[in-house]
Design a protein around this ligand. Structure first.
Ligand code: B1M
Length: 214
C-alpha cells in the first residue's frame, strides 16, 4: 500500500497519531502537500462521509476520523501556507450558530492565510452578532461564514440581516460556503460571494478585497 493510501486508511480508522506520523513522513519524502491533502486526508474523509450517509458508520467513528483529519492538517498547514509580506486584508471567519463542523472552515482559514489575510477565527457555533462585533472590532474587510447543515444555513441570512439592521452591510464583503450552500442560496440571502472550495474562497476573497479598495 502506498503512503497516501495509508494516510487515507488510518484516517478512516480514526488513528490520529498514525495519520500525523504518515503525513510527516510524506512531507519528509518531498511529496506534494496538495496531493497529501486531496488524495490522502480528503479522500479518506470522503469515504467516511459516504459510509455515514449509508448508516455504515456512526457519529463516534466520524468524530475520531475528523480528529485524525485535523491532526494531519496541523502537520500540513505550514506547507500549505506561504504567506506574502503585505497583509492583503482582514478576514473574520467561523462556522455558523448551531453547527459544529469545522474541517472545511479550517481549510478555508489555511488558504486565506496562504493568500496573505490576517485571520480572526471565531471557531464553531458562532452567533450572528459575534461575526458583526468581531468585524467591527478588528476593522475587517470580509466576513466568511461556513455551514454544513441545511438547518443552520438560515443563520447566514440572520448575520446579513443584522448587518443591514446596523447599516453596516456595505462596509463588509460577505462570503458563504460549505457543502449544502450554493450560488443561488448565496444570492437569495444577499451574500456577495459563494465559493465551493477553500482554494477558490481564498482567491475570490483576495480579488474581492482588492476590487473594493480600487
Ligand atoms: Co456531520 N453531517 N453531523 N459530523 N458530517 C454531514 C455534514 C452530513 C452531510 C452527513 C450525512 O448525513 N451525509 C449531515 C448533514 C445533512 C444535512 O444537513 N442535510 C451531517 C449530520 C446530519 C450531522 C449531525 C446532525 C449528526 C447527528 O448528530 N445525528 C451532527 C450535527 C452536529 C452539529 O454540527 N450541531 C453531525 C456531527 C458531525 C461530527 C461532529 C461527528 C463531525 C464533524 C467534526 C468536525 O468538523 N470537527 C461530522 C462530519 C465530519 C461530517 C461529514 C462526514 C464530513 C464533513 C467534512 O468535514 N467534510 C459530513 C458528510 C459530508 O460532507 N460528506 C457530515 C470535509 C470538508 C473538507 O468539507 O466542510 O464541505 P466541507 O468544506 C469544503 C467546502 O464545502 C468548502 O471548502 C471545503 C473544501 O475545500 N467550504 C467553504 C467550507 N466552508 C466554506 C466557507 C467558504 C467557502 C468554502 O466561504 C466562507
Amino acid at each position: 500500500m502506498g503512503l497516501i493510501q495509508e494516510i487515507s486508511e488510518y484516517l478512516q480508522k480514526g488513528r490520529a497519531k498514525n495519520v500525523k506520523a504518515l503525513v510527516q513522513q510524506a512531507l519528509d519524502e518531498n511529496m506534494d502537500p496538495k496531493e497529501i491533502l486531496n488524495d490522502g486526508l480528503l479522500a479518506g474523509m470522503m469515504v467516511i462521509g459516504t459510509k455515514f450517509k449509508n448508516n455504515e458508520v456512526f457519529v463516534p467513528e466520524v468524530l475520531v476520523a475528523a480528529r485524525a483529519m485535523n491532526a494531519g492538517l496541523a502537520i500540513l498547514e505550514p506547507k500549505l501556507v506561504e504567506v506574502g509580506n503585505e497583509p492583503v486584508g482582514k478576514a473574520v471567519i467561523g462556522t455558523v450558530k448551531g453547527d459544529l463542523h469545522d474541517i472545511g472552515k479550517n481549510l478555508v482559514v489555511m488558504m486565506l492565510k496562504g493568500a496573505g489575510f490576517e485571520i480572526h477565527d471565531l471557531g464553531v457555533d458562532v452567533e450572528p452578532a459575534v461575526y458583526v462585533e468581531k468585524a467591527e472590532e478588528v476593522g475587517a474587510d470580509i466576513i466568511c461564514m461556513s455551514a454544513l447543515l441545511t438547518t443552520t444555513m438560515p443563520n447566514m441570512q440572520n448575520c446579513i440581516d443584522l448587518l443591514k439592521e446596523k447599516n453596516l452591510r456595505d462596509k463588509y464583503i460577505v462570503m458563504v460556503g460549505g457543502a449544502p450552500v450554493n450560488d443561488s442560496f448565496a444570492q437569495q440571502i444577499g451574500a456577495d460571494y459563494y465559493t465551493p472550495d477553500a482554494a477558490t474562497a481564498a482567491e475570490t476573497a483576495k480579488e474581492a478585497v482588492l476590487k473594493k479598495r480600487a
